[in-house]
Each structure stands twice: as structure tokens, then as C-alpha cells.
Write a protein that binds this ligand. Structure first.
Ligand SMILES: Nc1ncnc2c1ncn2[C@@H]1O[C@H](COP(=O)(O)OP(=O)(O)OP(=O)(O)O)[C@@H](O)[C@H]1O
Ligand SMILES: [Mg+2]
Length: 379
């Protein structure tokens, strides 16, 4: 049966069936109730939701009462694969099966889930649906990987930077001495070369200093008002890009102060907002470049494997072209840049600073919408 016919056939059976007794008598519901995973039970002929546990209510943001008045296709506009699987279970083709699905709902973010669909031995008119939010698993894995990598990177960069820094002073000094030793006539001819050595040494010196920056500054901790940080960054960027760029603020003034190093947080945010402004060059010349700074309070979030009761949730959103595909997965790595004159350190530093505050940076990007998210624990 194809999907459309399947839904049509199910909708034809919209009348509640008398057999819910079967489910109640199965004695399964109290167990499902207590499970931390999302559990739903559907009447298999109608796809009517007959049971939803509290985890399901919170994941779907619908009360049990609302849910039990709905058919599955009323909740999700596209869950084709899942529906076909439910049909297959209903027709006894499998006993239980696993699949990954994307559940789309009008007006909501799509839900990426891992679903287990099962046949209920003691209530054969029903199918059991267990859903796990995929993103959380993926995110924890990804966070762990990022943290391991940054730790290795940090050590490597620090050693490398020191190795470069030491002889660099010598090279620059020697070029200066050489220039000094040249006769007046030679100096006119050869100064061009000594200047290349001096200038390039200076450029490398700046690079090395930036690489060592997060390790050099002591971590000064005080009460930081995040909106002061945002305002400072906004002012700096608007001074650098005085025309064609709007920086909007959407602040939640109830965000409490956080404990941290204000200068580091300013630097982190500045690097991110400056990237956005740089990516917006084309729109700036058209006059419709837009960056938004949004603050919110987040409750009960996991940051670097720690459950955090209260966190600052800061978003930096721009309407630029998006992060180039070829570097998207690597933008937080040092020396990765999509710009010709970029050194590829801005985001590495931003990430280091945020991690020094036990926080997390993430990014989502598509053409027309790039969104960086910084989560910082507030207690
Ligand atoms: N908002 C954004 N929109 C599009 N691309 C972005 C955005 N933010 C970062 N990028 C891409 O990520 C790259 C890395 O950024 P990063 O700040 O680390 O280095 P950089 O800007 O190239 O050099 P710098 O060290 O001067 O900051 C950028 O070169 C750019 O290609
Ligand atoms: Mg940058």
C-alpha cells in the first residue's frame, strides 16, 4: 500500500476503538509512564495516539490530552518512513525495528530522532513507538571530540609558537644589523631586501603572539554583565563598518551577571561579530547587511557533559553568504581561513576563551543565515 492510501485508510478509521481496554489490561502503561525516553502508543489501524508518557509531552510540547486527540499524521507533516514502518509492524512483517527519522512539524524545528517501533505482545492492536532525540547524542559525541582535539591542538600550538618565537627575534635583529652595516650606496640598493626580512618577521611575530595570547593572559575573574560585552563589541564593529551594516540587539535583560574574564569575553565575541561583518561585505555595499545579537537564559542544558541548571544562551546571527562548504567542519581549527588575508585564528581564540569559561560554541550556517551560539554556565 502506498503512503497516501495508507493515511487515507487510517483516517477512515478515525472513530476511537473500544479496545483501549486491551492496552489498560496489559499492565504496560505504568512502566512506560516512568521511562525517561519518549514513549508513545498508537492504535495500529487508525494511528491514533492512545498513550504518551511525560517525556513525550515535553519533547513534542503537547499535553497528553492534546496528543490523545490526534492521529500521528496530524502531528507530523512528514514522517513517511516511520509511517511505513508502523504499517509494516502492524501487518506483522516485523516484530520490532530501529530507524533514524526526521519528524517535521509546521512551526517547529524538525526533530531528528532515532525511533524504535515495536509490536506489543500483550496488546496486539497497538504499536509502541520509542523516540530518542538524535541531536543530543550527536552533540555530546561531537563536543567530546572537539574537546580532545582542542587540548591536543593547544599543546601543539604552544610548543610550535615558542619554537618560532625564539629564533624570530634573532632573524629580525640580524637583518637590522645588516642594514646598519651597509654602506650608503649599498643601503639604497639592498634595503629593499632587509626590509622584506624585517616586515615578514614582524608579521610572523604578530601571528605567534596571537597564538600564545590565550596562554599568556591570566584569567581575571569578576562579575560580567553580558550586555555590556555585547554593547562594547557592537560599538567597535560599527566604528569599523560605519555604513550599510545594522547590528540589532534582542536582549533578555533578566540574564544575570556571569563570573568570568570580561576582556576575554569581549575578544571572543568581537572575533565572531567581526567575521560576520567581513562575510557581509557584499550586503554592506548594498546597504542591507544585518547582524543580530540575541541573549536568553537557558535552563537545564548539557555543556561539555555537565548538566547546567542555568546558562547564558547568546546567538550571533548574520544574513551573509554562509560559511564556505569546504571549511565548514574546520573553522574552529587554527590557521583555517576562507579569506585571502585571514590568519584563521579568530575562531580558535574565541573557542579557547569560551572553553576557559566552561562554555561551548556551536555554529549553523546556510546561505543567508549564519548563527553562532555561545552557551556559558551561569551557576
Ligand atoms: N559569519 C560568517 N559567515 C561566513 N563565513 C564565516 C563566518 N564566520 C567565520 N567564517 C569563515 O570562517 C573562517 C575562519 O574564521 P576565523 O575568524 O577563525 O579566521 P579569519 O577570520 O579568516 O582570520 P582572523 O584570524 O583574522 O580572524 C573565515 O575566514 C570565514 O571564511
Ligand atoms: Mg576572523
Amino acid at each position: 500500500m502506498d503512503l497516501k492510501n495508507l493515511i487515507k485508510a487510517r483516517k477512515g478509521h478515525a472513530e476511537p476503538l473500544s479496545s483501549d481496554v486491551q492496552l489498560l489490561e496489559s499492565g504496560l502503561l505504568p512502566g512506560f509512564e516512568a521511562l525517561p525516553t519518549v514513549v508513545l502508543v498508537l492504535e495500529k489501524r487508525t494511528l491514533r495516539v492512545v498513550f504518551a508518557n511525560p517525556s513525550a509531552e515535553s519533547m513534542l510540547d503537547l499535553s497528553r490530552r492534546q496528543l490523545t486527540q490526534m492521529m500521528w499524521p496530524d502531528i507530523f507533516s512528514s514522517a513517511d518512513e516511520l509511517l511505513l514502518t508502523i504499517a509494516a509492524i502492524a501487518e506483522h512483517r516485523f516484530h520490532a525495528t530501529h530507524l533514524d527519522a526526521v519528524l517535521e512539524r509546521p512551526g517547529h524545528e524538525p526533530l531528528h530522532v532515532h525511533a524504535i517501533v515495536g509490536f506489543l505482545e500483550s496488546a496486539p492492536d497497538y504499536v509502541l513507538l520509542e523516540l530518542f532525540e538524535n541531536e543530543r547524542h550527536l552533540r555530546t559525541d561531537r563536543e567530546e571530540r572537539i574537546q580532545d582535539l582542542t587540548a591536543v591542538n593547544k599543546q601543539l600550538i604552544r610548543n610550535l609558537a615558542h619554537e618560532i618565537k625564539n629564533p624570530l627575534g634573532g632573524i629580525r635583529g640580524a637583518a637590522q644589523l645588516l642594514e646598519f652595516e651597509l654602506s650608503a650606496r649599498e643601503r639604497d640598493e639592498l634595503r629593499e631586501y632587509t626590509q622584506v626580512v624585517i616586515k615578514e618577521s614582524d608579521r610572523l611575530q604578530t601571528l605567534v603572539d596571537r597564538l600564545l595570547e590565550p596562554h599568556r593572559h591570566p584569567h581575571i575573574v569578576g562579575d560580567v554583565n553580558i550586555h555590556e560585552v555585547c554593547e562594547r563589541v557592537r560599538a567597535v564593529i560599527l566604528a569599523e563598518f560605519p555604513r550599510g551594516l545594522t547590528i540589532e540587539r534582542d536582549y533578555d535583560v533578566s540574564v544575570p551577571d556571569l563570573r568570568g574574564d570580561k576582556e576575554q569575553l569581549i575578544q571572543a565575541l568581537l572575533n565572531i561579530v567581526r567575521n560576520a561583518a567581513e562575510a557581509l561585505r557584499e550586503r554592506i555595499s548594498q546597504g542591507d547587511a544585518r547582524i543580530e545579537l540575541r541573549t536568553r537564559v537557558a535552563r537545564k542544558v548539557t555543556i561539555a557533559k555537565r548538566l547546567c541548571k542555568l546558562a547564558l544562551d547568546l546567538h550571533i546571527i548574520d544574513n551573509g553568504p554562509g560559511i564556505p562548504d569546504d571549511i565548514r567542519d574546520r573553522i574552529f581549527y587554527p590557521l583555517v581561513s576562507g579569506r585571502e588575508d585571514g590568519s584563521g585564528l579568530g575562531l580558535t581564540l574565541a573557542q579557547t576563551f569560551v572553553q576557559q569559561h566552561d562554555g561551548l560554541i556551536e555554529v549553523e550556517s546556510r546561505p543567508g543565515h549564519t548563527e553562532f551560539q555561545i552557551l556559558l554556565p551561569l551557576e
